[in-house]
Design a protein around this ligand. Structure first.
Ligand code: OFO
Length: 183
């Protein structure tokens, strides 16, 4: 008896999304390492936590595929992009990456709608909301940098922003407390 509750199309789309979330995690990880090497400890901490969050998103999808009796395919992850040129460029890239991931999620949502796979559609609504949160956060940080001088931020402004973001990241669940259910 076939107990797979996902269609081949949805199974493939969700597996592709696993790779996208893993890729997002690698991007945050590489930007965090870059920020740390530039002396931005607060920003590095913030980005490391986000790398962890994205990995939990990957796990959330992986667990869902297994729960529905379908097959997980773990594939290779594309390389992260080049290091950012500066803080402004870093958050520009972060925002761009979040928008790309939102588009990818919307495609899977659309497929689940077309197929009338309401369980998957419902499961994906969590990701739709999460992307709104993440886009807003990146957008707000980008706005702050713009106000502080954008690409021409002074050293003092960079110092304050780094300290500021450290406080922002205090509001985010510490990486060690993050779970798949509470990313
Ligand atoms: Fe996975 O949440 Fe953003 O990309």
């Amino acid at each position: 008896m076939n107990t797979n509750r996902l269609s081949k199309t949805i199974e493939a789309a969700l597996n592709a999304q696993i790779t996208k979330e893993a890729h997002a995690s690698q991007i945050y990880l590489s930007f965090a390492a870059w920020a740390s090497s530039q002396g931005y400890a607060g920003i590095a901490n913030f980005l490391f936590k986000h790398a962890h969050e994205e990995r939990n998103h990957m796990m959330k999808i992986l667990e869902y595929i297994l729960k529905r009796g379908a097959k997980v395919e773990v594939t290779s992850i594309p390389n992260p992009p080049e290091n950012p040129l500066n803080l402004y460029n870093c958050f520009e890239k972060v925002f761009g990456q979040e928008v790309e991931n939102t588009k990818a999620i919307y495609k899977v949502v659309k497929k689940s709608h077309e197929e009338g796979d309401w369980a998957t559609w419902n499961f994906l609504q969590w990701f739709v909301n999460e992307q709104v949160e993440e886009e807003t956060l990146a957008m707000n940080l980008l706005d702050k940098i713009k106000i502080a001088g954008g690409e021409n931020m002074s050293n003092m402004a960079q110092y304050s922003f780094d300290r500021d973001i450290e406080n922002t990241s205090q509001e985010i669940t510490p990486a060690q407390d993050v779970t798949t259910a509470n990313p």
